[in-house]
Design a protein around this ligand. Structure first.
Ligand code: GLN
Length: 537
C-alpha cells in the first residue's frame, strides 16, 4: 500500500501527552498488521538533546544507532517494540545545519536560501524519507511544541504543504485540552476552538481532534466541538486522564481511533487487532496486590522524567512479577552514613542511577556500602556501575582514594578512567560511546542466567570505563568482571558473587525494556528484590 502520513500536533498547553497518543496509535495500527514508524520533530536549535541538562527536557534517550534523543522516543519504543534511529528524532538545529551545509557546498546554485522553500523542503524530506520507499505503511510524525509557537511554525508549514500534496495519504490529528472550571462546575471547549482556529489560519484543517480532559466530556459537547471546528462528530475523541499511560491505547481503540485513521486514509484492511498480550499486562498492572519497594539513588529526584526509562523498566518488570512498584526516589546529595539506615531500610532493592559529575557521588557510595553490608539486591547502571567498582575498590580491596578520573583526575587509583578514544575529544555533543554494542557474558554469571544467553546487545552512553589494569586486584578481592565487549575487550558487566544480587552494567538496559518485552536483567533484579523481601517476612 502507499505510505500514509499521520501528523500529530498539540494546542492550548504543552505536556498533553502527544507522545503517548502517537505511541498509542502506532500500537493500535501494529496490532492490525500494518508496519509503522514514528518520528518526533523538536523545534529547538540544539542538534540533539545530548548536551541538555535533564532539568530542561527530562531524560536523554539513546537509540540503537547511538543517537541521543528526546524521551518521547522511549515511549515510542516501549509501546511498539520498534527500534528507532537518528531519523526518528529531528530538531530545528539539525534541519538548519543540513541546509547551511548544503548552502556552503553550493547545492542551491546561487539562490537566496530561505525558510520557505529551503527549510520547509528539508523538513518534508525528513518526513518522506522515513517511509523508506514504502517500507512502512504508516509514518506518524509528532510535532513538538504547541500550535502558535514561533518555533514550530516552519514544521507546521511543511506539514500544510505535505497534506496538500498527499491528499488522503495524509491525516492531521490535533490534541487539545478541555479544562474543567471547578467554580463554574463546567468543562470549557473555547480553548480548543481557538487552537483549531490558529491551525486553520495557517491552512491546516485537523481531521481528528483528541480532547485531553480530567472529566468525561458529554456527547452533545463533543458534537458542538465538531460543528465549530469542521470535524466530523465521530472524529472528536476524548482522552480522559488514565490511571496509567498504558491504558491509553485501549481507551483510543474503544472510541475507534484506529478504525477512523484506516478509513480516513483509505488504508486496505489487514486484520482484526489482537490486544491479548497488552491486556494481560494491563490486567496484571491494575490487579497486583503485593508491593515491591525499590529505591532509586540519583541526583535528579525532584524531576522524575530524568529517570523515565529506568522507572518504566522497573514498572514493566514489577508488573510481570505481579507486584505493584513502590519506587522511592532517594537524593544522592542528601544521603549520608548518618541517615542511611533510616532512608534505606525497608527497601528490597536499590538501583544506583547513571549520571555525570561530582554532585551527589558520595551518596551513591554510601548507598552501595549500606546495600553491600545488608546484602540488599543492588543494580548499578553506567555511573552506578562505576560507583559500584569504586566503592568496592575503596572499602573491600583496600585501595584508598580509588575514584574515577571524571571526579578526581589525580586519584591514586583510577579504577575508572577515560576511554582511550575519548582522550582527544573536545566537543561535547554526540561524542560519547553511544548506541548498541555486543557484550559477551560468562555463562555462570547472574547476567547470563537472566538473559538466558551469553551474547547480548545493549545501549551505551559514557566516556569512562572500567580500568582493566585493576582487574586482577579487584577480582582477587571478590569482584567479578563477567561481561566484555567481544571486539574491544571493555568490561561491560561486573558482579559481586558474595552478595545475593549485586550487578553493575556499563550499558543502559533500561533503554530496551518494553511493555511486551521487559528487560531480562531488570526482571532478574526485581525478582531478587521480591525474594529478599519474602525472606525477611
Ligand atoms: N559519567 C560517566 C561516563 O561518562 C557515566 C555516564 C552515565 O552514567 N551515562 O562514563
Amino acid at each position: 500500500m502507499e505510505t500514509k502520513y499521520i501528523f500529530v500536533t498539540g494546542g492550548v498547553v504543552s505536556s498533553l501527552g502527544k507522545g503517548i497518543i502517537s505511541s498509542s496509535l502506532a500500537r493500535l495500527l501494529l496490532s492490525r498488521g500494518y508496519s509503522v514508524t514514528i518520528q518526533k520533530f523538536d523545534p529547538y536549535i540544539n542538534i540533539d538533546p545530548g548536551t541538555l541538562n535533564p532539568y530542561e527536557h527530562g531524560e536523554c534517550y539513546v537509540t540503537v544507532d547511538g543517537h541521543e534523543a528526546d524521551l518521547d522516543l522511549g515511549h515510542y519504543e516501549r509501546f511498539t517494540d520498534i527500534h528507532t534511529t537518528r531519523s526518528n528524532n529531528i530538531t530545528t538545529g539539525r534541519i538548519y545545519k543540513s541546509v547551511i551545509e548544503k548552502e556552503r557546498r553550493g547545492d542551491y546554485l546561487g539562490k537566496t536560501v530561505q525558510i520557505i522553500p529551503h527549510i520547509t523542503d528539508e523538513i518534508k524530506h525528513n518526513v518522506k524519507s522515513l517511509s523508506g520507499d514504502g517500507k512502512f505503511d504508516f509514518v506518524i510524525t509528532e510535532i513538538g511544541g504547541t500550535v502558535g509557537d514561533i518555533e514550530s511554525t516552519p514544521f507546521l508549514e511543511a506539514m500544510r504543504q505535505l497534506k496538500w500534496e498527499l491528499g488522503r495519504n495524509a491525516l492531521s490529528i490535533h490534541l487539545t485540552y478541555v479544562p474543567y472550571l471547578k467554580a463554574a462546575k463546567e468543562l470549557k471547549t473555547k480553548p480548543t476552538q481557538h487552537s483549531v482556529k490558529q491551525l486553520q489560519a495557517i491552512g491546516i484543517q485537523p481531521d481528528i481532534l483528541i480532547l485531553r480532559t480530567e472529566k468525561d466530556i458529554p456527547a452533545p459537547m463533543r458534537r458542538k466541538v465538531a460543528e465549530f471546528c469542521n470535524v466530523s462528530p465521530e472524529a472528536v475523541i476524548q482522552s480522559v486522564d488514565a490511571s496509567t499511560i498504558y491504558e491509553v491505547p485501549m481507551l483510543m481503540h474503544q472510541q475507534g481511533l484506529d478504525e477512523l485513521v484506516i478509513r480516513m486514509t483509505d488504508a486496505p484492511f489487514r486484520r482484526l487487532p489482537d490486544h491479548s498480550a497488552w491486556l494481560d499486562f494491563l490486567h496484571r498492572l491494575q490487579h497486583a496486590e503485593k508491593t515491591v519497594n525499590i529505591g532509586l539513588v540519583g541526583k535528579y529526584v525532584e524531576l522524575q522524567d530524568a529517570y523515565k526509562s529506568i522507572s518504566e523498566a522497573l514498572m514493566h518488570s514489577a508488573t510481570y512479577a505481579d507486584r505493584k512498584l513502590n519506587l522511592k526516589y532517594i537524593s544522592s546529595e542528601r544521603l549520608t552514613p548518618g541517615n542511611a539506615d533510616e532512608t534505606l531500610s525497608g527497601l528490597s532493592g536499590i538501583l544506583i542511577a547513571p549520571g555525570f559529575g561530582q554532585r551527589g557521588i558520595e551518596g551513591k557510595f554510601t548507598a552501595l556500602k549500606w546495600a553491600r553490608e545488608h546484602d540488599i539486591p543492588t543494580f548499578g547502571i553506567c555511573l552506578g556501575m562505576q560507583c559500584m567498582v569504586i566503592e568496592f575498590a575503596r572499602n573491600v580491596a583496600g585501595l584508598e582514594g580509588a575514584n574515577s578520573t571524571e571526579m578526581d583526575p589525580d586519584t591514586p587509583h583510577n579504577v575508572i578512567d577515560l576511554m582511550e578514544e575519548q582522550k582527544s575529544i573536545s566537543n561535547l555533543g554526540g561524542t560519547m560511546r553511544l548506541g548498541a554494542y555486543d557484550c559477551e557474558l560468562e555463562e555462570d554469571s547472574i547476567a547470563a542466567k537472566a538473559y538466558g544467553k551469553t551474547l547480548v546487545s545493549e545501549r551505551h552512553r559514557h566516556r569512562f570505563e572500567f580500568n582493566d589494569s585493576y582487574r586482577k586486584v579487584l577480582e582477587d578481592a571478590g569482584l567479578r568482571c563477567v561481561g566484555r565487549n567481544p571486539v574491544s575487550g571493555l568490561v561491560e558487566v561486573v558482579e559481586v558473587p558474595s552478595q545475593t544480587w549485586m550487578v553493575g552494567t556499563q550499558y543502559h538496559p533500561e533503554y530496551q525494556s518494553t511493555v511486551l518485552h521487559p528487560n531480562p536483567l531488570f526482571l532478574s533484579f526485581v525478582k531478587a528484590a521480591i525474594a529478599k523481601a519474602e525472606l525477611k517476612n
